[in-house]
Design a protein around this ligand. Structure first.
Ligand code: M6R
Length: 347
């Protein structure tokens, strides 16, 4: 039921105000088992498709940074070449909202054949992935109807935070139901929706958007680009900000539009320099940050986070809203984008 909302996608974006807290509510025995397998594994691989792959990328960063666990990410559709050399000491973490994505199930099969343990992260607990897993956890965000993954993505990130908090030395990283990001997600939805709707209304003619971010913000740049392609049919590209000078800078000219993910964390100064380089070529910059700057043509303000690892879950929300409202401005149906299915059960 869409309730008071015009579309499921808008409802699900708004649902995130509550659903991001749900990932902390796990069956204790299952959480224990999941984390034990993960921490005891000699080699860790993480996989997923589309948005779920972006969660895999964030998990890799988080595991390395806080739990000192090295993991390799493999796109599920590339598992044939990516999942090689696994053995009984390996663990594969597989992300899938539906738990039915053919590429993900295939990667599980490839890993299992080599003796690896499977750790599923699903939203549908009766799914094939849940059944194929040695242990699985649910993001618990309720049915997601819109083809675009929104609340399942932030649910995956919230679950990653909770898993990493468990695997990290005591006090090194703290998550849980009352973590700082829960309030921040609520706040960003409440405060930025109408400004983003207005901004999207003026972007109808935009055909290309570049999204830039470093470190954990790079997967969010990829995710924002995916939302813009899928919902608003805009050519959008996620670029690792540090790669700008290695090529994409050549594309910056008058009328180029760049969205920069630039919260006040360790990446802030380098990314701000990129903003100046882009501006100097005449392009426009929309900055998503908790700090304003004269270099931004538009500033989308997000709450400041004491724990910088929480920025990705907060900064993705303005991008989801932008894709949604841009779809409306272009008369596209945000719930059912052309050519796409909610669950991709064929290879
Ligand atoms: O159900 P899954 O998480 O396995 O789905 C994976 C992708 O098909 C999915 O995330 C897709 O990229 C979304 N439509 C993106 O919004």
């Amino acid at each position: 039921d869409k309730g008071k909302y015009a579309h499921y996608t808008l409802k699900e974006i708004n649902d995130q105000r509550l659903t991001v807290a749900n990932a902390a509510r796990q069956d204790e025995a299952m959480m224990e088992k999941f984390c034990k397998v993960l921490s005891e594994a000699q080699s860790v691989y993480i996989t997923g498709s589309g948005t779920s792959y972006h969660s895999a990328l964030i998990m890799k960063h988080m595991l390395a940074r806080y739990a000192k666990i090295r993991a390799e990410t493999v796109m599920s559709s590339e598992a044939q070449d990516g999942l090689v050399g696994l053995d009984e000491g390996s663990a594969l973490v597989a992300f899938s909202q539906s738990g039915e994505t053919a590429d993900v199930l295939e990667s599980v099969k490839i890993a299992k054949k080599q003796g690896a343990r499977i750790l599923g992260i699903v939203n549908v607990t009766t799914s094939s992935l849940a059944r194929a897993s040695d242990a699985f956890l649910s993001v618990n965000c309720g049915p997601e109807i819109g083809v675009a993954a929104t609340k399942s993505f932030t649910g995956q990130l919230a679950l990653v935070y909770n898993i990493v908090a468990r695997l990290s030395p005591a006090g090194a990283f703290v998550a849980g139901e009352k973590a700082e990001f829960v309030k921040a997600v609520d706040k960003v939805i409440a405060t930025s929706q109408s400004a983003i709707e207005k901004m999207a209304g003026k972007m109808e003619q935009v055909n290309d958007i570049y999204l830039l971010g470093r470190s954990t913000h790079y997967p969010i740049a990829l995710e924002g680009a995916l939302k813009l392609k899928e919902l608003a049919y805009v050519h959008a590209e996620g670029v690792a900000a540090g790669e700008l000078k290695h090529g994409p800078l050549a594309l910056m000219e008058k009328n180029t539009l760049v969205i920069l993910l630039n919260p006040r964390d360790a990446t802030y100064n380098d990314s701000l320099s990129n903003a100046h380089e882009i501006k100097a070529r005449g392009a426009s910059v929309i900055g998503i940050s908790d700090a304003g700057s004269e270099v931004y043509d538009h500033w989308i303000e997000i709450p400041h986070m004491a724990e910088e690892a929480f920025y990705p879950i907060v900064e993705v929300i303005p991008l989801q809203m932008l894709a949604y409202y841009l779809a409306l401005a272009k008369n596209a149906d945000p719930d059912y984008p052309r050519n796409l299915a909610k669950s991709v059960t064929v290879k």
